[in-house]
Design a binder for this molecule. Structure first.
Ligand SMILES: [Zn+2]
Length: 242
């Protein structure tokens, strides 16, 4: 029986080595695919849309397959020593636990902290300098009020329903225009400093708890992902009773 167990462990070890190499390769494939598709997008607006919709998803799949790869690698290192059934089971549990711990940390980071960094990167992409193909000079981005004059009526209407934002870049010398559409978060507000719809709430603080008869108040903090302008306001919270 012991001999059989040894053979089983040897086979197991081989399978684990193959699997950790495969999952490692898989994570490289996923991130490479993301980078390639992103690079192939023709303009900033398309890149923006792709990044906004897919980046966190791709990073998560990459992170997940990296965690599994690491767990398998660890398993391959420890599985062939101290050969007993119970130690084997214990090592399996350790490897699995480590996979879960790493995957959980990655998921928390991507869902809680990463969205703010992503917002910043999206903003950088959207507002990076555009060069006019007519004159080779830098174009000027119009703010929301200036931009509306240059947009077809249909687009202005859409913009006010805040389905998407339209950026108008203009070459002042020749009047050449570049109009780009960005699907914006419906929670984004107009920034009072730079006049773009890039102001977003990042924190809320309860100032006064609402009671059954009295209303409470909450302080909301906003930050602009374009110009870093900070804003805050107080909102009332309705009383708990009806
Ligand atoms: Zn701003």
């Amino acid at each position: 029986l012991n001999k059989e167990f040894e053979i089983f462990i040897d086979d197991w070890h081989q399978i684990v080595v193959i699997c950790y190499q495969m999952t490692l390769a898989l994570s490289f494939l996923i991130i490479t695919k993301y980078a390639l598709v992103f690079t192939a997008k023709r303009n900033s607006a398309e890149k923006y849309r792709f990044m906004n919709e897919n980046e966190i998803k791709y990073f998560w799949y990459t992170g997940l397959s990296l965690s599994i790869s690491f767990g398998l690698f660890l398993n391959s290192l420890i599985v062939r020593t101290h050969l007993t059934y119970s130690v084997f089971v214990f090592k399996m549990a350790i490897s699995l636990g480590i996979v879960f711990a790493i995957a959980y940390a990655i998921s928390t980071y991507l869902n809680e902290y990463y969205p703010f960094r992503l917002e910043k990167r999206l903003s950088r992409l959207r507002f990076k300098k555009r060069i006019s193909p007519k004159t080779g000079k830098e174009m000027r981005l119009l703010n929301e009020e200036e931009g509306d004059v240059h947009l077809p009526k249909e687009m202005v209407k859409h913009e006010h329903f805040s389905a998407y934002d339209c950026d108008v870049w203009i070459d002042d010398e020749t009047g050449f225009k570049l109009i780009e559409q960005y699907a914006v978060d419906s929670h984004a507000l107009l920034c009072t400093k730079c006049k773009f719809r890039t102001l977003k709430k990042y924190r809320e603080e309860l100032i006064k708890e609402p009671t059954y008869c009295d209303s409470g108040s909450v302080k909301k903090f906003y930050k602009c992902s374009y110009c870093d302008h900070l804003d805050e306001n107080n909102a009332t919270v309705a009383p708990l009773g009806n």
